[in-house]
Write a protein that binds this ligand. Sequence first.
Ligand SMILES: Cc1ncc(COP(=O)(O)O)c(C=O)c1O
Length: 359
Amino acid sequence: MRVANPYIFDIKPYVPGKPIEEVKRELNLKSVIKLASNENPYPPSPGVIAAINKAARDVNRYPDGDCFFLRQALARRLKVNENQLIFGNGSDEVIVLAVKAFAGKDDEVIIAKPSFLIYEIASRLTGARIHEVPLKNFRYDLEGIKAKLNDRIRIVFIGNPDNPAGTYINAQQIADFMKTVNKGTLIFIDEAYFEYVRAKDYPDSLQLMKSYPNVMVTRTFSKMYGLAGLRIGYGIAQPQTIDILNRLREPFNVNSLAQAAAVAALKDQRYYRHIAKEIEDQRQFLYCSLKRMGLHYEESFTNFILIRVHHAASTANALLKKGVIVRDMTAWGLSDYIRVSIGTAAENKRFIKTLKEAK
Ligand SMILES: Cc1ncc(COP(=O)(O)O)c(C=O)c1O
């Protein structure tokens, strides 16, 4: 038998949140709610569902490899050129493409710890050396990152806001940081939760990209636009960077239902603004309830909250037995934290009630 690429054995397999049906089957439960993968708890807009139904008639054909209509619509919305966009099977794919393109064997990358796991998985795959910089009080330690910068660092990953902490780097902090970075280092800003951030000092990364061509930004339709199941995300960068990533991309990486749904979602801004407001209100409900229970949480700028409990594994397990799936953060090195996605009002009430019983 062929021996696999040795880097592969350094990769810890990504363990996703358990699917609802699996938990129902395993625990013989009738009603299960999932608050574990930072999904949108609401269905897509009626316009999006109609667009998916319409596009379903043509799935005998390969999708448009260039995402023509989506590219046009998004370029117009973001005020960027069409050749500054790349689409992926989720923004995960764009992260992997960037690592493959820019950080090969023995190149170096910087990743915060804990951070979104795909940065590490993608980097291990190419054999890049990883420098980890621990968060300080659940915030990026930009001074610590600066101290690690050298000519071999090819990518610095910045989740803004990041997962699992839910905190963000502000405009001033990123502007100061960029002044110290070598132009040959890609600053990869992952804005998967961009649409949920309300903070006035949140950076305008597309503006930043105009002064710093080494900035690349990714966003997704999985979170606020509720299309996680269709897998579609995108990257924004200078045309030269996009051209490089396009050479690595599989020709039909984004399926046709996802493209049609994303175009329709961009048109339905009113519906999605309403959802973002709902999530904001529910975040406040969860904060109030947690405060009343005397539980510490990190203020979040996303659709999830990191909550300190006594023992994450046993709390998550007690919740699971009652049909509430949350994330035990032990694998991230946070054995006294669970991460809970913000659900619908009914789901959040059930989570709080079950958490009280589990305490
Ligand atoms: C910080 C961050 N980036 C990227 C993603 C990936 O999103 P997708 O591949 O669904 O676009 C996630 C998903 O949880 C995330 O938390």
